[in-house]
Design a protein around this ligand. Structure first.
Ligand code: NAP
Length: 484
């Protein structure tokens, strides 16, 4: 099978940090179809040779194990080409059409790794140039819009010229091996299903913590914030994977139908919930990894009076028979104490205690997403402390490390997703109705913040966010995983 992958934004941050390394890994693993071209597109005036040199230089910043040797790059570089084009100029699309028609590849992928403000015009102009044939697939990067109305407008514009099966809305969390294992854990094993419900589960916590700040993307981040950047997409997709009913099969729509039902069942926000169950924060100066770091408002590109949140913690519930009354906590932020993404499923206490156990010790399933990738099952067992304490249990845990177990066989998120687009597999991509429902749910939070002059709560960089986050979960008699 032959393919042309057109990388709009081919000189941008996403292209060189994530997409090119992923494409190279697929090339190295022999999974990228051999008969292919990767066409970088941007407004710069570059020859193919100059583009290849640019990409070669960027690979110096990639981790060593994923960097090509000179010989490997020579071979990979044969796939790389450059097309100069301004996406806002209709006349520029004819040149692209000419380049693509000259070859007539079996599959043409248009990867929009540019500002979302260009998505609508790009899709319209691709269609006007006849570049929306059934063998065309369009990949849309997040964030798709900044609220429900703008998300709808983009989706409607794209759907006017492309069928839903041609549209690949990316949420790279779904491509992570650890997230795919979450689906495997739930729907490939019969063990957990009987206990995966309100009768046995006390609460579920989702944490996506970054120790980095906004790096070079301050201006971009300042217009977005943590709720739009992480909660509306990644965190809600994780929540769906945890809470959805088993799909009837592994086809894209069967999975997406079940995720949609979860999003539709999220408890509607009341003014009281918004005041008590949503915490926003913004990092001040602090210390991360032993190094002093600046406050968010002092980051390059950030408005010195910005009220953009760099931290969100919230509590929600899912109003259906399986989950009614079970709190789901979501927490994400930048410049937190550690880089760590994990899910903690806290089970209920044994219904009748015949042993003594340490306070707060419960069965717990920890699903580590990054940097660790694996499972921990926390149990209570008889300790070795002599006869007097024989009735006292101690916490122990089973630890399964998928990185150690599967090692180099694992395929990275962008690598998996790019190959899926080329193969036309939609399972790990988000349907427009899922996105709309997620936006519908976060909008009341955005509105509440808009009208709330208090602004985000300050937290010191290198901590776990504002103390209000701990207070929120403590009101339920619970604590975040690092606190108990
Ligand atoms: P970026 O570094 O600003 O790159 C933008 C790219 O688009 C550049 O190659 C730029 O090249 C090109 N471009 C801009 N205007 C253009 C136009 N009118 N016509 C043709 N090309 C144009 O942005 P990015 O960080 O790579 O982000 C790209 C997209 O990915 C955004 O939607 C972002 O939200 C999303 N995303 C990024 C990341 C990330 O880690 N970077 C993560 C997730 C999602 P010229 O200026 O030379 O034309």
């Amino acid at each position: 099978m032959s393919f042309d992958l057109v990388l709009f934004g081919g000189t941008g941050d996403l292209a060189w940090r994530k997409l090119m390394p992923a494409l190279f890994q697929a090339f190295r693993h022999g999974t990228l179809p051999a008969d292919g071209r990767i066409l970088g597109v941007a407004r710069d005036d570059l020859s193919d040779a100059q583009y290849r040199d640019l990409i070669r230089a960027r690979f110096d910043e990639v981790e060593l194990a994923k960097r090509p040797s000179a010989e490997e790059f020579e071979r990979f570089a044969q796939l790389l080409h450059f097309v100069r084009m301004d996406l806002s100029r209709p006349e520029d699309y004819a040149r692209l059409a000419q380049v693509l028609r000259a070859r007539g590849a079996d599959v043409v992928v248009m990867y929009l790794a540019t500002s979302p403000s260009l998505f609508t015009v790009a899709c319209e102009q691709l269609a006007a140039a006849g570049l929306n044939a059934p063998n065309t697939r369009v990949v849309l990067e997040k964030p798709l819009g900044h609220d429900l109305a703008s998300n709808r407008a983009i989706n409607e514009a794209v759907r006017r010229v492309l069928a839903e099966r041609q549209i690949f809305r990316i949420d790279h969390y779904l491509g992570k091996p650890s997230v795919q294992n979450l689906f495997a854990l739930r729907f490939g094993n019969a063990l957990f299903e009987p206990v995966w419900r309100r009768e046995n589960i006390a609460n579920i916590q989702i944490t996506i913590a970054e120790d980095l700040g906004v790096e070079k993307r301050g201006a971009f981040y300042d217009s977005i914030g943590a709720l739009r950047d992480m909660v509306q997409n990644h965190a809600l997709q994780l929540l769906c994977a945890l809470a959805m009913e088993p799909p009837i099969n592994a086809h894209a729509d069967a999975i997406r139908d079940e995720k949609l039902k979860v999003l539709r069942s999220l408890k509607a926000w009341t003014p009281q919930d918004l005041a008590q169950h949503v915490v926003r924060g913004q990092y001040g100066a602090g210390t991360v990894g032993g190094e002093a770091v600046r406050a968010y408002r002092d980051e390059p590109g950030v408005n010195p009076e910005s009220t953009t949140e760099t931290f969100v913690a919230l509590r929600t519930e899912i109003a259906n028979w399986r989950w009614a009354g079970v709190p789901f906590y979501i927490r994400t932020g930048k410049r937190l104490a550690e880089r760590e993404a994990h899910i903690v499923v806290n089970f209920r206490e044994a219904p009748h205690a015949i042993f003594r156990s340490p306070p707060g010790a419960v069965n717990r399933l920890v699903i580590n997403l990054q940097p660790k990738d694996g499972l921990e099952l926390h149990l209570l067992a008889q300790g070795q402390e002599g006869r007097r304490s024989a009735q006292t249990l101690v916490p122990v845990h089973l630890d399964l490390d998928f990185d150690k177990r599967f090692g180099s066989e694992r395929v990275g998120a962008y690598e998996r997703l790019l190959l899926d687009v080329i193969d036309g597999r939609l399972n790990l991509f988000v349907r427009s109705d899922e996105q709309e429902e997620a936006w519908r749910w976060v909008e009341p939070i955005l509105e509440h913040w808009h009208n709330d002059s208090a602004g985000p709560r300050a937290y010191a960089a290198g901590t776990w966010g504002p103390s209000a986050s701990s207070a929120m979960i403590a009101r339920d008699g619970q604590c975040w995983s690092e606190e108990c």
